[in-house]
Design a protein around this ligand. Structure first.
Ligand code: ADP
Ligand code: MG
Length: 706
């Protein structure tokens, strides 16, 4: 075991309370603590003798303790400790602390100490209230320097962490530095060890900055090296060439009730070209809700299936997989394709019987579906992640389409690609093996700059044009006091036969049960008190896929007028008759997510409305949703406001915070990518960079999907 993998509780004397607190902060090993970074620094580096010039400023004063007074204020059960010190010029400074008697008990008259805090003048003395302090003989840790302030929890103070950190920093020598020395020198970055020292105990502001740059670079370098490695492996593979004469696609397009948008045509052409090449496609289809990604995916599947190969389509949830299955069955009703749906709960196949023009849907067992897939009987297989598990053998899989929604994070993409590469096809002997073309689709637009910078290893097709027949959704930010008015509005729409969504922001998974209770009681309250004459359905995250499905089908069939839902409704369900969406506590969601919700309406012929309930304090941020329906504009704004992390899911991305913060730092990404290229071009197997190889392996394990 590495020294840095030792458990903190085995090398530190911890009280049970401290142990619990550390666990809460997820600080288990020495390494964890070393990588627990300050979130800010108190600048106590200005060491001076007291004078009127410094009043109101943060300073550090060193002096000899001349008097200590301690008293209790009984009614408030407080102790007040006063310590007077004389600085080198003989000025007196009075410091006052409340309830710090214990930690001050080591300070005695005659000692030299340092105090750091804001200087004030109080009656006749210079004074400080609750200053940070320590004995002057010690190295500056809590005073006299840039003092790190850590994320704390009850039981663990910053002061305690500083103290332990000082002692544990020596362990940094046992941590491998995976950034090649050459790279580090070229970019004037610190070694891992020095960077750790400087991030915890910076000598000065400049060194702190270099340390922060060093960590940002490390993370981004790892991400980029991983991406590049995957790309190199990918580019070295062969894919099945799908030659289409264009006729199948043309006929298909003629059969559609609409004409493709310019953006759809362009994307389709780009995909078609990629499919025709013997190297595997790796393309991201980046488009807004409702921009028509499904048809573009369908054309790719059509070309694949018409050329006698198989296509697989993967969705993040069962409900969505089911919807894709239905869309594809409908879209291809005039074709002879056999289409399968395979998820935990669904095992369906849609086939056309010989001589019949109509398809029928059959239920099969998982085993039977797998047989149909491996025999090549299935042309298009749709499902969840279950679809590309090791036990699924395709006969000649040539295209994998992943409808990403929010679920599949970015860092997992390379893991996913690795999995795609591992997919078996029936005739694949190792030497002449091909891998499928890969098309991923975003659920919501990712800012263009971010997509280009971050998905450097992907080709990009952008659907930035909405189908013409769309009526922009009217969006209004509403105060809680307007609730009645808006409830009346919903009632009115319902009277006209329309339907509505009411969304509550119960989102935290950790509070799943509370969420369910809250959703259930809101649904009851609305039904009983507000809309007694209407039919209200309920949807929440803890329902089984089948039940969710049932509720949504019922809503679709107009058995409900209103669907009360938690954020699970986000997955792209299509209810053309729904014209109103009301979102409670809208400020709890990001702009992109709100835009995504809003996309649940406005899918039919009627004018649609979105009401965002929020208190006035938060309404400014949401204003952009009133102003535009352009998802790309909204996501750019969202990135400015909340950083890029959200585009990749919260927990799922697997990226460390520091890399997240720097995702939008285009220059950093560029440099990291160049360095990754430099290293890998000279040493593709990383034989000379074992530390980097190990770090990548660990990175892969950390971000790998369960
Ligand atoms: P998303 O990009 O969110 O997956 P969909 O593919 O579900 O969007 O498309 C939304 C709706 O728009 C579907 O009902 C689809 O049939 C329709 N649609 C797609 N392309 C066009 C178009 N070019 N013109 C008109 N309607 C279109
Ligand atoms: Mg979609």
């Amino acid at each position: 075991m590495r020294k840095t993998d030792q458990k903190l509780n085995s090398i530190l004397r911890l009280t049970p309370r401290q142990e619990k607190a550390l666990q809460k902060l997820r600080l288990i090993t020495v390494r964890d603590l070393l990588l627990h970074f300050p979130f800010r620094y108190d600048d106590f580096s200005n060491i001076v003798t007291v004078s009127e010039d410094y009043i109101g400023q943060i300073i550090t004063v060193e002096g000899t303790v001349s008097k200590i007074k301690s008293r209790r204020i009984f009614p408030r059960r407080m102790t007040v400790t006063e310590i007077f010190i004389q600085d080198s010029k003989g000025n007196t400074l009075r410091s006052v602390w409340f309830n710090q008697a214990l930690s001050l008990s080591g300070i005695k008259e005659g000692m030299t100490i340092r105090v750091s805090g804001k200087l004030a003048i109080d009656q006749k003395y210079f004074s400080m209230s609750n200053p940070s302090f320590e004995r002057a003989g010690r190295a500056a840790t809590n005073t006299g320097c840039l003092v790190p302030v850590y994320p704390e929890t009850d039981g663990i103070t910053s002061k305690w962490i500083r103290w332990q950190m000082k002692n544990l920093l020596g362990y940094a020598a046992y941590l491998d530095d995976f950034v090649p020395e050459e790279t580090r020198k070229k970019l004037h970055l610190f070694s891992f060890k020095s960077a750790l020292k400087q991030i915890h105990f910076p000598d000065d502001a400049e060194k702190l900055l270099i340390a922060q740059k060093t960590f940002a670079f490390r993370e981004m370098f790892l991400v980029q090296t991983k991406a590049l490695q995957t790309k190199m492996a990918w580019d070295g593979k062969k894919a099945i060439t799908i030659r289409s004469d264009g006729k199948a696609a043309d006929d298909f397009l003629k059969s559609l009730p609409f004409e493709l948008t310019g953006a759809q045509k362009k994307a389709s052409l780009e995909i078609s070209k990629d499919l025709g090449r013997p190297v595997p496609m790796n393309r991201l289809l980046n488009g807004d809700v409702g921009s028509g990604k499904t048809v573009v995916a369908a054309i790719a599947a059509l070309e694949t299936a018409s050329s006698g190969h198989q296509a697989a389509i993967m969705a993040p949830t069962e409900v969505l997989a089911r919807q894709h299955f239905e869309s594809f069955c409908r879209i291809f009703k005039d074709h002879d394709f056999n289409i399968a749906l395979l998820t935990g709960s669904y095992k369906l196949v849609s086939k056309k019987a010989a001589g019949s023009t109509r398809s029928s849907v059959e239920k099969l067992t998982r085993k039977n579906i797998l047989e149909e897939i491996s025999s090549g009987n299935i042309d298009i297989a749709i499902g969840t992640h279950a679809l590309i598990q090791k036990d699924v053998d395709f006969k000649n899989l040539a295209l994998v389409i992943i409808d990403e929604q929010h679920r599949f994070g970015v860092a997992q993409r390379s893991a996913l690609q690795d999995e795609t590469m591992e997919l078996k096809d029936g005739n694949g002997s190792a030497s002449r093996r091909t891998i499928p073309h890969l098309l991923t689709m975003t659920a919501t637009p990712i800012p263009r700059t971010l997509a280009i910078a971050f998905f450097g290893s992907l080709e990009l097709s952008i659907l930035d044009e909405m189908p013409k027949n769309r009526k922009p959704i009217t969006t209004k930010i509403a105060q809680p006091k307007q609730q009645k008015e808006i409830h009346d509005f919903i009632r009115n729409e319902a009277a006209k036969g329309r339907q509505a969504f009411i969304i509550f922001p119960f989102v935290e998974e950790s509070k799943a049960m509370t969420e369910v209770k809250a959703a259930v009681s809101e649904h009851e309250r609305l039904q009983r008190e507000i809309f007694p004459e209407l039919r209200l359905g309920l949807l929440h995250g803890k329902m089984k896929a089948k039940d969710k499905e049932e509720v949504m089908t019922q809503f679709k069939n107009k058995e409900y007028d209103i669907l009360v839902s938690t954020s699970v409704v986000e997955v792209g369900i299509d209810i053309p008759n729904a014209t109103v969406i009301l979102i409670e506590n809208a400020e709890r969601f990001g702009l992109s997510q709100l835009h995504q919700f809003r996309g649940r309406v406005g899918r039919g012929e009627h004018q649609s409305y979105c009401f965002l309930f929020t208190d006035s304090a938060s309404s400014e941020r949401l204003r952009v949703l009133e102003e535009t329906n352009d998802g790309f504009k909204i996501s750019e704004r969202d990135m400015e406001l909340r950083g890029p992390g959200q585009f990749f899911g919260r927990v799922q991305s697997g990226l460390p915070d520091i890399a997240m913060e720097n995702l939008a730092n285009v220059k950093l990404i560029k440099i990291s990518k160049e360095e990754a290229e430099a290293v890998l071009s000279k040493d593709p197997q990383l034989k000379k960079h074992p530390a980097l190889r190990d770090a990548l392996k660990k990175f892969q394990e950390d971000v790998h999907m369960e």
